[in-house]
Write a new protein. Structure first.
Length: 300
């Protein structure tokens, strides 16, 4: 097997810096505007070509299904069915991103499979072709084809890339064994308002103009928090009653916390970067899972 028959891909986590729900759509999805941020932290996906049209999926996490319930495996099946009949691959996932935690792990894995197999099988599919497949797999999958910082619209699948942000440190905090189902969070929200997503519009405009501001990363982090809001917090907080108290406690420790996606992970920023590891150690001693990472360092 030649080296080009094996690919290793980083499959990053994400947070939503802002998430506004505009209205509930006829198809049951919610129209939204959100700014998604790729993180440095992620999974590792190894892809290698196998002879015949076999698709094999292996994962080192015992709780993750490896059959068709797995989004990454479904991504491989879909790509094979649409563009690569007769081709095969072995996918091996080293899972680090917590499952069903609001960090986009499954969506990220699915996008990595699409990108990886497109390269491995030399399909030369365009970003638009991959995006169409990605949107069919899940609302968050298209973002991971772009990564970086991006505005997502529609049900989350329409992506506009934004200027790259500095690698701001971020603490991810969650209770082990606490997972939240995204459909349940949306359902417990009972959304009956109609909004235009003005806050996201203002945030995006500020991000676009940011190059003109001669801020240090610390000052920028403080300003960023003024824009941050997540409409899914009400739904998640109704299902997991430990979360509001955790958020308040993090605030009292001088951090700037918010729910990540549909939760249950809370992420926190701090304009004094030194504080994050200290708080992380304290929470981890109390049984929380804590990950100290940063916005993606990837160039581009
Ligand atoms: O697209 P995805 O499969 O990730 O969505 C999971 C569930 O989350 C949907 O079935 C729906 O209940 C909810 N959802 C929503 N509006 C969105 C995205 C997801 O209501 N924009």
């Amino acid at each position: 097997m030649s080296p080009q028959d094996i690919l290793e891909l980083h499959s990053p986590a994400k947070i939503n810096l802002i998430l506004e729900i505009l209205y509930r759509r006829e198809d049951g999805f919610h129209e939204l505007k959100t700014v998604m941020q790729e993180l440095e932290y992620g999974d590792l996906l190894r892809i290698e070509e196998v002879q015949a049209d076999r698709l094999e999926f292996y994962c080192d996490h015992p709780d993750l299904p490896t059959g068709e319930e797995n989004l990454a495996y479904r991504a491989a099946l879909l790509l094979q069915d649409c563009y690569a009949r007769g081709r095969g691959a072995r996918l091996t996932l080293s899972k680090r991103i917590p499952i069903a935690a609001g960090l986009g792990g499954g969506s990220s894995n699915a996008a990595a499979v699409l990108k990886g197999l497109n390269a491995l099988w030399k399909l030369n599919l365009s970003l638009e072709q991959l995006q169409e497949l990605a949107a069919g797999l899940g609302s968050d999958v298209p973002f991971f084809l772009y990564g970086g910082t991006a505005l997502a619209k529609g049900r989350g699948e329409q992506i506009v890339s934004l200027p790259k942000l500095p690698p701001i440190p971020v603490l991810l905090i969650f209770l082990p064994d606490q997972a939240l189902s995204t459909p349940l969070v949306y359902r417990s929200l009972k959304w009956d308002k109609i909004k235009i997503g003005e806050k996201t519009g203002n945030f995006v405009q500020w991000l676009m103009e940011r190059q003109k501001l001669a801020n240090s990363d610390n000052v920028f982090t403080g300003q960023l928090y003024n824009f941050m809001t997540n409409d899914l917090e009400a739904g998640a907080f109704a299902l997991a009653d430990n979360l509001p108290a955790l958020k308040e406690e993090l605030k009292s420790m001088g951090l700037m916390p918010m729910l990540s996606g549909s939760g249950p992970t809370i992420f926190a920023l701090c304009s004094d970067f030194e504080i994050l590891p200290k708080v992380g150690n304290e929470l981890s001693a109390r049984g929380y899972h804590v990950i100290l990472t940063s916005f993606s360092r990837k160039a581009g």
